[in-house]
Design a protein around this ligand. Structure first.
Ligand SMILES: Nc1ncnc2c1ncn2[C@@H]1O[C@H](COP(=O)(O)OP(=O)(O)OP(=O)(O)O)[C@@H](O)[C@H]1O
Length: 683
């Protein structure tokens, strides 16, 4: 949402608005001027006051806080929370809370009055009473009241629409399983998987069996639990059971270019490795070449510059039978709605991701919502029988749905959680597990007493310690490795040498990353990036001047389909072959692409980046920088995501001891109505 969406470019005073509405608007504006509310939040309240001259002050406050909530990634604002604890809503520092408190003092403390204030306005649609009104995201009232009667939710219309559309599409996809020849499925799954030890459940095989009979399959699991390994076997099994395998159209996508390229490469390697298992009956190598290039979701859907319109939608669907989406935790609500709308009804959608990672920056926590109850399984009797017949898998009793009618996740029969990490078992795995379990004391002890060299902590330090670490010499990789390679550029006429050099500089850069919890301040990504850049110049590891110089690492911050770059892409500015000026080079797996620096308007220097932006990437050595105060941002999910970006070495940098343990106690809960929409009675 932007002020343009509200049809407002500026926020003039409103003449003739009576008290106490004027006082409420003035109070909201003061909060915005102080930087606690966004200008956009206050603008929504002002917009509501214009649209509805009778709007109660409670509605104006609710509108501003709803916009603020949306900016923090929530899809809606729980009205009960608004009534019961309005002061705790935004998670602001004490001074801001006091200002909000002063504003709220004149308003009702009675929840029913808040509800009445919302319902009374013609700007708010009560979806429970008028469910059909306004099917379009931008048509009808700006706000919608929805959710169960006991826990109503206030939405901006767009997000209500996206949630409804996502739930409806997922229900339709989950409604009817695809008919499977269980004997044939069993034959191929037994060939593709080794027999599991007696008494254990092969979750990967179960995931394949479930995906074989579903238009929607969700495979969640922590790092290295074999999501890609499973997807490769699923593709082989789909090819094997398909009646016209030569026509099977598979597409691969991920939210970022890097994650998409990684998926493509891993699947290709895995399919090649499976050839010996399946013999001559299946041409997996040929199949792998027929799979299209992995693309970002934006590129797949045909995003166009400067517009929200996509080339593919319900009336112009994707030409695909199977779509595999990796890093699905990063897919936000609007993107999921667009993706589901563009997918033909017959196509299979396979979502791979880690439900415990940070959700997308934008509103929604779709994978988390879809995976509600994934740990408990909730598999019904039909799924238990099918798993046995098609995969020879015995679903443990503890993960079967109870016979009594209780609400169970609608997507239980479409979801499998992989539970064993095949790559991530050492000290970093143990640390991630402790954080995931909320055991801050154990996490701190692991960091402090690690003797393997995999875990390090610099606590009680100032920001300079992180800068020093980022350029350090030593066994653990730092930026020094790639900076030293910069000076070893081959002769201008040596094209093959130039390509090899570029690849080696990029590979060296990818070995280390400094990640920050926040963007701003001396502990934030922007300040850290500037400090590292300065220090690298002082140490003569970097030459050049100005904005663009050889070795500048950049993070793309806006999609530009024409230039072929997407939000989240990370590359390095390097001299092009033949002395043709600076270009930014991006590595997509083994292949390189480059864009002239003049084409890249929306980039940031990426010597440091936020944990959010690093999702979907892993580095040999990852350093996680925590700031002294980050409020609700410093959460268990953030720390877990940061740690799991490290493959071999993880370093924590924090201004004081105990910050990690403190962060681990705080869980990110995103308000959303999707879980409720995706529940049914088990019988
Ligand atoms: N059942 C298995 N037996 C042997 N090796 C396995 C098995 N499952 C996965 N692996 C191996 O473990 C490693 C991690 O698997 P994979 O990359 O598929 O995990 P992932 O869940 O996709 O990881 P990421 O978190 O990076 O997305 C790979 O080398 C893979 O070959």
């Amino acid at each position: 949402m932007s002020t343009a969406d509200l049809g407002m470019c500026e926020m003039p005073q409103i003449p003739g608005v009576p008290d106490p509405r004027a006082a409420t608007l003035a109070g909201l504006r003061a909060l915005a001027d102080a930087g606690w509310l966004r200008q956009l939040d206050w603008a929504l309240a002002q917009f509501m006051a214009r649209l509805d001259p009778d709007a109660a002050p409670e509605l104006l406050v609710a509108a501003a806080l709803l916009a603020q909530f949306e900016g923090r990634g929530h899809s809606c604002l729980p009205v009960n929370l608004l009534c019961a604890r309005p002061l705790a809503l935004p998670g602001w520092p004490p001074a801001a809370q006091e200002a909000l408190d002063a504003l709220l003092r004149g308003l009702s403390t009675d929840p029913t009055q808040w509800m009445q204030a919302l319902r009374a306005s013609h700007c708010v649609q009560d979806a429970a009473r008028a469910p059909q009104q306004g099917a379009q995201p931008d048509g009808g009232t700006p706000l919608v009241l929805a959710g169960p009667p006991e826990a109503p939710l206030l939405y901006l219309r767009r997000y209500w629409h996206f949630e409804q559309a996502v739930a409806q599409q997922l229900r339709a996809r989950a409604a009817e399983p695809i008919a499977v020849d269980t004997a044939l499925a069993r034959h191929w799954l037994d060939r593709l998987f080794d027999p599991a030890p007696t008494g254990t459940c092969d979750w990967q095989k179960l995931a394949c069996a479930i995906a074989l009979r579903s238009r929607l399959a969700i495979v969640t699991g922590g790092p290295g639990t074999g999501k890609t390994y499973t997807a490769a076997r699923l593709l082989a099994a789909l090819l094997a059971v398909d009646s016209t395998p030569e026509r099977l159209r598979v597409a691969l996508a991920a939210p970022t270019g890097k994650a998409a390229a990684r998926l493509r490469q891993s699947l290709e390697t895995a399919l090649a490795g499976l050839q010996a298992r399946v013999g001559d009956t299946l041409d997996l190598a040929g199949f792998a070449t027929r799979i299209g290039p992995a693309r970002t979701l934006h590129a797949l859907l045909g995003a166009r510059p400067g517009t929200r319109r996509l080339r593919h939608h319900a009336a112009a669907p994707l030409d695909v039978d199977v779509l595999i989406v990796d890093e699905a935790s990063m897919v936000h609500l609007e993107m999921m709605a667009s993706l589901l709308a563009a997918l033909p009804a017959h196509a299979r959608l396979v979502l791979l991701g880690d439900k415990d990672q940070l959700a997308s920056v934008e509103a929604g926590a779709v994978l988390g919502d879809l995976c509600q109850g994934a740990e408990q399984g909730h598999y019904g009797a039909g799924t238990v029988r099918y798993a046995q017949a098609a995969a020879g898998v015995d679903i443990p009793l503890a993960l079967r749905a109870l016979a009594v009618p209780v609400p169970v996740p609608l997507l239980a029969a479409n979801t499998v959680m992989l539970r064993e990490s095949h790559r991530f078992s050492g000290p970093i795995g143990a640390l991630a597990l402790a954080v995931h379990a909320g055991d801050g004391a154990r996490a701190a002890a692991l960091l402090r007493h690690d003797a393997s060299g995999a875990l390090h902590s610099l606590e009680g330090v100032d920001p300079q310690a992180a800068v020093t670490l980022a350029l350090a010499e030593g066994p653990a990789p730092s930026y020094r490795d790639y900076l030293l390679r910069l000076g070893r550029q081959p002769a201008a006429d040596d094209a093959p040498g130039h390509a090899a050099w570029t690849a080696s500089v990029l590979a060296a850069f990818e070995r280390f990353r400094l990640l920050c919890a926040v963007r701003e301040g001396p502990w934030g990504a922007e300040g850290m990036a500037r400090a590292i850049e300065r220090a690298a110049r002082e140490a003569r590891l970097l030459g050049g001047t100005g904005q663009w110089y050889a070795g500048r690492p950049v993070l793309v911050t806006r999609n530009d389909a024409e230039a072929g770059v997407f939000n989240g892409d990370v590359g390095l500015a390097l001299p092009a072959a033949g002395g043709a000026g600076l270009r930014v080079f991006f590595a997509d797996g083994p292949s390189l692409r480059s864009v002239s620096v003049a084409r890249l308007a929306h980039v940031e220097t990426a010597f440091a980046m936020t944990v959010h932006k690093a999702q979907g990437s892993e580095f040999e050595h990852t350093a996680l920088v925590l700031p002294p105060h980050a409020g609700a941002l410093l959460s268990r999910e953030l720390v877990y995501t940061g740690i799991t970006r490290a493959r071999q070495v993880f370093t924590l940098v924090a201004p004081r001891a105990g910050l990690l343990a403190q962060a681990v106690q705080l869980r990110t809960q995103r308000a959303s109505g999707l879980q409720d929409l995706l529940r049914r009675e088990a019988g």
